[in-house]
Structure formats: structure tokens, C-alpha cells
Design a protein around this ligand. Structure first.
Ligand code: M6R
Length: 661
């Protein structure tokens, strides 16, 4: 999603400001965006210059190089007093050069904005009434005009920004520059923003990695804060109440290693392959070479919350929500404690009378997902104790929850979450075990068995990754049946285009070859593998753009079975255990209607499933089975997307870090 970066160099002319901004934007590309831009204030009372493109940062760099912007790419580096940059993920207005940030307003002001301004229509009308002219279709432009009006009224930047921020409804992180001022002023409410400092240079950013290690220390602005960053001075922070505020600086660790493909063509593939190490890292503190679960690693305070909670309430989005759904089976079965998995965007607006007395667990790879952050805050207001499970330990969610269990999966770059998913599952299983142990519902025998299986998890994941070749083949077949070779039955009464290109009255996909597409792939599973069916479908949709649907196998006959015909591929998740025969019966219902079965079965699944395509995996035991089943589904999606030539790491319309509601 949108990303902000800004810099006020310590000395005039000493820094390649444009070059820094462009590199910083490249470092935050992983967040997902569709246009990018920078704006700078020239020294000696100079004006504001802006450069923006629709498309990638590489294109922006090219434009900067071609135009000699700021001296980027050779020549003398321009003397620049301050600069801001932005990667935009379009919400209001198409991803055009004109709608890209920074957005200019009369009077030589420029702003960058993350978030959504809910009252922008109202403000736009008021501003128009005062003679302001709008250039963009964005909600953000109102901020630029309000800020510029504040400056024109003779206020200093801080006052102008505070006054603008006071008129906004919705979520925002905003940074602004203005002609003749060697400073950046910024503000936030409901969207993260941090200030950095390194050798006298001041920075602002929505995300620490964008600073690439240039800041030696950073502070996270609190909700409602405004900050003024001026050359040669300390950052000045003012709280929502208008008082000077001291926020805690944290030393930054070594700069996070720049994301590196390490010989792979795509980050997604690399991250799929890293799952054995990621799972080992996730459990390292809890599972030793011998013995049972090391509960000490949870820490005394969390252990008390685990023991005392009346219920477990999990909030998450997307893939993290699927991990939460799986955890529900674990917590309820092992700890005998009621557990709910909630889609965070819905939970935040629900009454939830059960929140008080619960341990509310917010699960998020990035720790910056706006809906998950808001859902955790809503639960806290109702009296819940919070715990975050995050991959990014220094994230807003981890800070807001006050307690966090790290996934330790290592940086995930591909928009499709893979190693973070299996690491989340691993941590959630450890948590379920911990709660069960604290509540006294876990027998020594069961504990020993599950912990022994967890020890084998990295090896089992390596085994399931060996299904790569089979998944590539299955992907080929699924893609070919999606891209159509299926004759429309005459009795269906569908008119075809009869070979004529451009004939009206028929969907263009049906024209010219009398063929129809099969629009979907079904994934089915039961128990802990039902969420995995949803995850398999999400992964396929997300990166290959083939429609897919996950379904609880027993629920098929209540509607979805109507989709099944001889052209419908159905991926069946078939672990062993008590539900194996039931799943086999549901697979038979599909086969009986001609559906094409692709069965991923546990080695110990004894149920007879009559299918041409069966791949077997050693899944250890029923408890860790959903974790071991995940990589083949990720590989299936990966190869489907690859065969279709999709942009695997940056699927269209999606972002890695979903920081708007
Ligand atoms: O960072 P989070 O785990 O909070 O992100 C939640 C979802 O946006 C994320 O899992 C999304 O569904 C993935 N792109 C799926 O691969």
C-alpha cells in the first residue's frame, strides 16, 4: 500500500536528496503500489519541484535521470533543503501521473498522504467555495489545500499542519514541504508514521525498512501527533492536545538485509522454499532437542493471561485469518477453551459481548494491517487482554498489543504470504499447547507426541516441497482447462460468435472458437484442512487470477456442488484420521458428477478415493498436518501463475501491507 518517505539533510548540498528518496522508494516497493513520485524544496528560498509517474519506481528513476532531476544519475547534485517521496496504491482516482503524490497546492506546498480522508467531498466543496482549484481526483488533495491555506494565513508549518489535520476525518499519515522552508512537517492519525535521525539528518517514513539503515534511531509518532523536522534542529513533536511531547527513540538494528532473490526468479518461490527453516526458527524457543513444551518462553505475564482467559478470540485478515481458523480447532480440542476466529474488518464493527475475559490474539505478518490493528483496539476497549503474533516485531500491532510472539519467518517480500503462513500456524499450535498446559487439559502423552512431531516439522516440510514436479503438472492441467478447450453443448443454447472477431452480443472469450472457459477451481477439506482449502483457493486467485473457491467438504451438497461438471477441477485435501472416510465420500460426490479430482492425501490416509491424480505426503500427525499440506498448494498456485505469465510477486491490485481500511 501507499508508502511515505522524506528527508531533511543536515547540511546544504551535502546529500543527494533525490537519489536518497528514489532508493528509499525502491526499498518500500514490496508494499505494493501503482504510481510513484518525489518533490523537493530547493535551497536558498527556492521553490518546490515535483516528478511523478504512473507505474514503477524504476520508471521514476528513469524520468529523474532523463530530466537530470536533482542531479540524479550523474552531474552536480542539486542543493536541496528537503524532499518527500511516495508510492501510491490508488483508492480515489486512477493510478495516473496526475493523481500520483506528492500533490501540489498553490503557494508552493506539496504533500504525501497514506490513508483515506472520509470527509473529502465536504472539504472539497468548502475549498472550492474559497476559490481553490483541484487538479486531481484524489481524496488527499484537500490536505494540500488546507495546509497551503494555513501557510498563507501566516501560520508556521506546524500550526498549518495541525489546523489541516483538525479538519480531517478518517485515517492519515501525511508529510508536507513548502517553498522556501528547509523542513518537513508531518502528522498522523490511524496510519503509522515514524521519524528517524542519523548524523544530523532527519527522516520521516511510514515504514523503517524504507530508510535502509540511514537512520540510527527512530521514534514512532503516537496517534494525533504532529512533528516538525528542521535542518540543524532536533525533531519537535506536538501531541494531539497541542503540547510538546517526548516520544521514545529506539536504536535501529543493523539495516535489514536488502531483499535478495538469492538465485530464484521470484520471491514467492524463494519464500516457499524457506519454510523448513522458517518453521524451525518459529519454534526454536519452545521446542528443544528433548523434553516437552518450554512454556517459560511465553513469559510469566502471558502465561497468566493464557491460564486465566475464558476464551480465545483471534482477529486477522486474508491468509492470517486462515491460520486463525486452523488455530480454532487446536485451541478447542487441546485446551477445551472456546475459540473464535474473526475476520478483522468485520470484527471491528461488531458488538462482541464475549470479548471481555478473552485473550484476543491479533495475527498479522506485517503487523501494519489497518483492520487487524483496529480490531485489536476494539477488543481491548471491551476488556480483552491482547497478544500479537507478528513477523515484524517492531510493528504498530506489536506495540499496540503490548505483548507479542514473533514468527521469525524472516522478511517476506512476495505479496502472496507463504512462509509467514506456516510460521503463523506453528506459533499458533505452540500457543494452543501452552494454553492447554496452563489450564491443565494437556496430558503428558499428548504433549510428548505433538512436540515430537513439531521436531520433525522442518523435515516433513522438506518432504512436502518435493511434490513440486507434481504440482507443476497439475497446474498445467488446471490452467489449460481454465484457458478453454471446452465445446459449449449445443443444447445450452449459447450463441457463439461463429468465428467472426468483434461480433457483438457475446462475451469476447466465447468468440471465434466455439469454446467456453471453465471459470473455477474447487478446493475442499474438513476439520483443520477446511481453512487450508480456503487458503489454497486464495493463493490461486491471488496470483494466477483464476477464480477458485474453498469449501468445507461436507458443505458442498448445500450449493457449491451445482458448479461441478466434467470441466471442474477439484483439489481434495485428504489427511488421515477420523474424517478421512467422510472426505473420501465428498470427493466421490464430485467424481460422480464428472468433476476432475486432484487429491493431496496423507501417506497414512487409508480411505479409498477413486481419482486419477493422487499425490501423497508424509504429514507427521493430525496436529501438524495442515502445516505440512500448505507448501504443495502454494506451489500449485505459483506454477499456475507462472504458466499464465502473471506478475507473481506483485499481483495486480494487491499490496503487501494493507494499511487502509
Ligand atoms: O500482514 P497481514 O498478515 O496482516 O496481511 C493480511 C492479508 O492482507 C494477507 O495475508 C493477504 O491475504 C495475503 N496477500 C495473502 O497471500
Amino acid at each position: 500500500m501507499c508508502g511515505i518517505v522524506g528527508v531533511v539533510p543536515s547540511g546544504v548540498g551535502g546529500m543527494d536528496v533525490a537519489g536518497f528518496l528514489l532508493e528509499a522508494l525502491a526499498l518500500q516497493e514490496y508494499r505494493g503500489y501503482d504510481s510513484a513520485g518525489i518533490a523537493v524544496v530547493d535551497c536558498d528560498g527556492g521553490g518546490v519541484r515535483r516528478l511523478a509517474v504512473s507505474g514503477r519506481v524504476a520508471k521514476l528513476k528513469e524520468a529523474a535521470r532523463a530530466g537530470g532531476f536533482g542531479g540524479f544519475g550523474g552531474g552536480t547534485v542539486d542543493a536541496i533543503a528537503a524532499g518527500i517521496g511516495h508510492t501510491r496504491w490508488a483508492t480515489h482516482g486512477a493510478p495516473t501521473e496526475r493523481n500520483a503524490h506528492p500533490i501540489l497546492a498553490g503557494g508552493g506546498a506539496a504533500i504525501v498522504h497514506n490513508g483515506i480522508i472520509e470527509n473529502h467531498d465536504e472539504l472539497r466543496a468548502e475549498l472550492r467555495g474559497r476559490g481553490r482549484r483541484f487538479r486531481t481526483q484524489t481524496d488527499s488533495e484537500v490536505i494540500a489545500h488546507l495546509f497551503a491555506e494555513g501557510l498563507r494565513a501566516g501560520g508556521d508549518s506546524l500550526r498549518a499542519m495541525r489546523s489541516a489535520a483538525g479538519k480531517l476525518r478518517g485515517a492519515f499519515a501525511v508529510a508536507a514541504i513548502a517553498r522556501g522552508r528547509g523542513e518537513i512537517v508531518c502528522a498522523r492519525r490511524g496510519s503509522p508514521l515514524l521519524v528517524g535521525e542519523g548524523e544530523g539528518t532527519l527522516f520521516v517514513s511510514s515504514d523503517a525498512p524504507a530508510l535502509g539503515g540511514a537512520a540510527k534511531r527512530v521514534l514512532h509518532l503516537a496517534d494525533g501527533d504532529c512533528a516538525l523536522l528542521r535542518a540543524g534542529e532536533k525533531a519537535r513533536i506536538v501531541s494531539a492536545g497541542g503540547r510538546r511531547a517526548g516520544r521514545q527513540w529506539r536504536q535501529t538494528g543493523a539495516a535489514r538485509a536488502a531483499a535478495n532473490l538469492g538465485g530464484y526468479r521470484h520471491f514467492m518461490k524463494k519464500e516457499i522454499a524457506e519454510q523448513p527453516q522458517a518453521a524451525a526458527a518459529a519454534m526454536a524457543d519452545f521446542v528443544g532437542r528433548t523434553g516437552g513444551l518450554r512454556t517459560g518462553a511465553f513469559g510469566g505475564e502471558l502465561l497468566r493471561a493464557m491460564r486465566d482467559c475464558r476464551s480465545v478470540n483471534i482477529v486477522a485478515c486474508g491468509t492470517s485469518y486462515h491460520a486463525a481458523m486452523t488455530a480454532r480447532y487446536w485451541v478447542e480440542t487441546l485446551a477445551g477453551t472456546p475459540c473464535r476466529a474473526n475476520v478483522a474488518s468485520e470484527y471491528r464493527y461488531r458488538a462482541d459481548p464475549g470479548a471481555g475475559g478473552s485473550l484476543t490474539v491479533a495475527v498479522s505478518q506485517s503487523g501494519e494491517t489497518a483492520d487487524t490493528i483496529a480490531a485489536a483496539a476494539a477488543a481491548k476497549e471491551k476488556g480483552a487482554r491482547l497478544l500479537a503474533i507478528v513477523n515484524e516485531s517492531d510493528s504498530t500491532l506489536a506495540r499496540d498489543c503490548g505483548r507479542a510472539l514473533p514468527m521469525r519467518a524472516g522478511m517476506e517480500v512476495g505479496v502472496a504470504s507463504t512462509k509467514a503462513f506456516t510460521a503463523q500456524l506453528t506459533v499458533l499450535l505452540l500457543l494452543a499447547l501452552g494454553i492447554a498446559k496452563e489450564k491443565g487439559t494437556l496430558s503428558a502423552r499428548v504433549e510428548k507426541g505433538i512436540v515430537a512431531s513439531l521436531r520433525r516439522l522442518p523435515e516433513l516440510l522438506r518432504g512436502s516441497l518435493l511434490l513440486e514436479g507434481v504440482m507443476r503438472k497439475w497446474a498445467g492441467e488446471i490452467v489449460s482447462c481454465h484457458s478453454g478447450s471446452l465445446v459449449i453443448p449445443a443444447k445450452a443454447g449459447i450463441q457463439t460468435g461463429g468465428g467472426g472477431k468483434g461480433k457483438a452480443g457475446l462475451d469476447s472469450r466465447f468468440r471465434g472458437n466455439d469454446k467456453v472457459f471453465n471459470d473455477g477451481v474447487l478446493f475442499i477439506g474438513r476439520g483443520g484442512h477446511y481453512p487450508l482449502a480456503l487458503e489454497g483457493a486464495l493463493k490461486l486467485k491471488e496470483i494466477s487470477y483464476i477464480h477458485a473457491e474453498g469449501c468445507a467438504a461436507g458443505e458442498l451438497k448445500h450449493g457449491t456442488l451445482a458448479l461441478v461438471d466434467a470441466h471442474m477441477p477439484a483439489v481434495v485435501l485428504a489427511p488421515g484420521g477420523a474424517l478421512a472416510e467422510k472426505t473420501a465420500a465428498n470427493a466421490a460426490e464430485i467424481a460422480a458428477r464428472g468433476g476432475r479430482l486432484y487429491v493431496l492425501a496423507a501417506e497414512n490416509c487409508g480411505a479409498r478415493i477413486a481419482a486419477r491424480k493422487i499425490a501423497r505426503v508424509d504429514d507427521g500427525c493430525e496436529w501438524i498436518s495442515p502445516i505440512v499440506f500448505a507448501p504443495p498448494l502454494q506451489l500449485l498456485a505459483y506454477y499456475a501463475a507462472k504458466i499464465r505469465g502473471a506478475d507473481i510477486d506483485k499481483p495486480r491490485n494487491l499490496a503487501k501491507s494493507v494499511t487502509v481500511e
